[in-house]
Design a protein around this ligand. Structure first.
Ligand code: ASP
Length: 348
């Protein structure tokens, strides 16, 4: 009887300790972290095969630091990421925040477009709790798979009070990156991510999280654009510039009546004479044209080699073309005024 009472007391103590653990909801979207290959010694795999429960099962000690719940949002390789999945994520995250269902959120995601999802979410969800994306470069079946460690680290980042108010973060290979700045830098290496303009803002190592930098970009407590399930986003496309590029793509997009075009220009957002004429045609047709750069670091300056006032263009500042597209899509839901749109690029 005595033994039973002490056992019961122990169970109650453990339950109380668990009840005090921070709550983390993992929203799984697919990617290599949930990928399965034919054998452990082959790099080839199919993305998004492993359910979230199995990913959590691979890091049993996480139960000591957090109460984890998993939800499958999608099961795609992130090359197939869609605006619909982004909306689903945004709607669910807003709900988790409103109902205080968790203390932190982790999103497992393929690495190919992780930098786009991180920036999109950064712009559309309030900074009420840490939201941390992670993924892996090796499938779950590979030798020395990096997914379990990345997932564990992302959870430690999500439950660390120092992560709050920083906007959406990416935790990868022990680095912590600002969701606005982060970029996939290697097609195959396990240290696949970096922030070319700012570097990592912190580290997750051995269960501990340290930050060394803060973003100076706007971190509104409330998001600038509220995404609902039926929100329609304008169409913005990206056109790549290269030596002797013909202007056909720009003209084709204008004929398709897109709302915006981001040019992945060369250097300081430059393009050739053929593009210049096509951009004039696009602007005359009412399309917002944003000059960005295919060069991975630095910024695109207004009125440097190109006079934007004369041409009617705006610039991406230091956003990559793929991130500039996202800000332009969201900005266009609010205004078509070029001056206002330009200001967004200097603020967010
Ligand atoms: N193609 C995969 C994806 O983005 C690559 C990865 O996850 O590492 O889903």
């Amino acid at each position: 009887m005595k033994k039973l009472v002490s056992l019961l007391a122990l169970v109650i103590i453990i339950t109380q300790v668990n009840a005090q653990l921070p709550r983390v909801i993992i929203l799984a979207t697919g990617g290599t972290i949930a990928g399965a290959g034919a054998s452990s010694d082959r790099a080839g795999y199919t993305a998004g095969k492993i359910p979230i429960e199995d990913l959590i099962g691979a890091i049993p000690t996480v139960k000591k630091i957090a109460t984890i719940t998993g939800e499958q949002i999608s099961s795609v390789g992130s090359q197939d990421m869609t605006i619909d999945i982004w909306k689903k994520l945004a709607v669910r995250i807003n709900e988790i925040i409103a109902k205080k269902e968790a203390d932190g959120i982790v999103i497992t995601h393929g690495t190919d477009t992780q930098e786009e999802t991180s920036y999109f979410l950064d712009l559309v969800i309030p900074k009420a709790m840490p939201v941390v994306l992670t993924g892996s470069m090796r499938a779950s079946t590979a030798i020395s798979a990096d997914g379990p460690k990345n997932l564990y680290d992302a959870i430690t980042v999500a439950i660390d009070p120092k992560s709050k108010g920083r906007g959406v973060l990416v935790s990868f290979n022990e680095g912590i990156y600002d969701g606005r700045e982060v970029m996939k830098m290697s097609t195959t290496f396990t240290n696949a991510f970096g922030s070319p303009n700012t570097g990592a803002i912190g580290h997750a190592y051995d269960g501990k999280v340290e930050y060394y930098a803060n973003s100076v970009r706007e971190r509104d407590p409330n998001s600038p654009v509220v995404i609902k399930a039926d929100t329609k986003l304008p169409r913005v496309d990206i056109v790549y510039m290269y030596a002797d590029a013909p202007p056909d793509m720009i003209d084709m997009l204008v004929a398709k009546k897109v709302d915006g075009i981001v040019i992945a220009g060369v250097g300081n957002g430059n393009f050739n004479k053929a593009y210049m004429e096509a951009v004039k045609r696009a602007v005359a047709a009412g399309v917002i044209v944003c000059r960005a750069s295919r060069t991975p670091s630095g910024r695109v300056l207004l009125h440097d080699e190109i006079n934007d006032d004369e041409l009617g263009t705006i610039v991406s500042d230091d956003l990559t073309p793929q991130k500039a597209r996202i800000l332009l899509m969201l900005g266009l839901t609010k205004s078509k005024d070029k001056k206002q749109l330009q200001q967004l690029f200097f603020k967010y």
